[in-house]
Design a binder for this molecule. Structure first.
Ligand code: V47
Length: 372
């Protein structure tokens, strides 16, 4: 029994070298990541991840007051993992807002307390870069205090192709129009074999990383994600984390990593079971341990559910995301957690775990003002 094993009350000797490295602040290897992701000692790996989380953030637990806006759910990609999209030219249940309509939809829920609009949608074959420029300008004019966290790497890549301009021009133009940062969606699992099975018509893993690099080179921060609990194997998850870690070494542009629990309902993969608590928590913990250079790990309560998200705050996560109000992607796939949560409730959820709630803006700066 090593000192580290005793200190973290580990029951799996394979975790001993991982624990030594955690104590020394050293980077874990791929093999050590695999041990963290597969050990039977779930509570042990959770304690290691919580140790890292506490070193980085103490018991500070971040949340924000945000709103989601999905300008369209029409999408040409037809990803098997997705229940949100409708195919192009399908009349049923699809929406595509004009710029004015999108601003009015946002206006239903945005007031002075809201600091962020999270804007993502389908790959619509008629919405070129000028649509998003007009949209961002109109939103900034109406809500100048709101940060626009908009468009995944997949959407930016699609816009460049559709608009027949370079990716650099897309980013430059959207930044000039008010884009503040980018969300982390669309990364799924980078492995090409897995991508073929769950999202074969969209931006591949290498390109996703290249687009993120370009976003960071333009001085914008972004988040990153990993969709787990479908057809992937544990090796795919660990390799995905390492690919993100390597890019972060280069650019430092990722603020936050969000493991996304796959929701199968209403998708073409609805024969798969939903994720269980063990996979959810072990994935959060492994992420915290492997991603030594990404400051924040988000337990996205909409996908994890309130209770698992609370436990995740003791397994390496230090952020819960936000108030949201109108979330449609998880809801379409059978999400049970709801589509929004009041600020006071989010704070209570954090406090119940022993955490200190920190209201933040999109760039993780604490917001002091009491905006109720
Ligand atoms: O890109 C799609 C995933 C993502 C399903 O950056 C699904 O702060 C589970 O990226 N089951 C959108 N997941 C969500 C996302 C996100 C959410 C919150 C915060 C941030 C951030 C980013 O959700 C998609 C895709 O990867 N997704 N369908 C599904 N059935």
């Amino acid at each position: 029994m090593t000192d580290a094993m005793t200190r973290f009350r580990l029951t799996d000797p394979a975790l001993a070298p991982v624990a030594e490295k955690v104590l020394a602040g050293e980077r874990l290897t791929r093999d050590e990541g695999l041990v963290a992701a597969t050990t039977g000692d779930l509570l042990g790996v959770g304690r290691l991840a919580h140790h890292r989380r506490s070193e980085l953030h103490g018991n500070r637990t971040y949340y924000n007051i945000n709103r989601h806006l999905n300008p369209t759910n029409v999408c040409v990609a037809s990803c098997k993992l997705c229940a949100f999209y409708v195919p192009w030219r399908c009349k049923d249940d699809g929406w595509t807002y004009t710029v004015d309509e999108a601003v009015e939809v946002a206006a239903r829920d945005v007031d002075e307390s809201v600091s962020e609009l999270h804007i993502v949608g389908g790959l619509h074959p008629k919405l070129k870069v000028d649509y998003y420029e007009d949209l961002f300008r109109a939103l900034k004019e109406r809500f100048p205090w709101v940060h626009l966290k908009a468009l995944t790497m997949v959407e930016l890549d699609f816009l460049a192709g559709l608009s027949r301009i370079s990716l650099d021009d897309v980013i430059r133009r959207l930044k000039a129009a008010g884009l503040g940062s980018c969300p982390g969606g669309g990364a799924e699992i980078f492995d090409e074999g897995v991508r073929k099975q769950i999202c074969d018509h969209k931006t591949d893993g290498t390109r996703w990383l290249d687009v993120a690099r370009a976003v960071h080179e333009h001085g914008l921060k972004s988040n990153c994600t990993m969709l787990y609990g479908h057809v992937e194997q544990v090796e795919h998850r660990v390799d995905h984390l390492i690919a993100l870690r390597e890019l972060q070494d280069e650019t430092g542009g990722f603020q936050c990593f969000i493991p996304l629990a796959f929701h199968p309902e209403n998708t073409e993969l609805d024969h798969l079971p939903p994720t269980g608590g063990r996979l959810d928590l072990q994935t959060i913990a492994t992420s915290r341990l492997m991603l030594d250079n990404i400051p924040h790990i988000k337990a996205y309560w909409i996908m994890l559910g309130e209770k698992t998200a609370q436990v995740a705050l003791h397994f390496g996560a230090n952020d819960l995301d936000g108030t949201i109000v109108d979330e449609r992607i998880t809801l379409a796939a059978g999400g049970q957690a709801g589509a929004g949560m009041a600020r006071r409730r989010l704070e209570a959820v954090i406090r119940e775990t022993g955490g200190e709630p920190v209201l933040r803006d999109t760039l993780y700066r604490p917001i002091e003002a009491d905006v109720a």
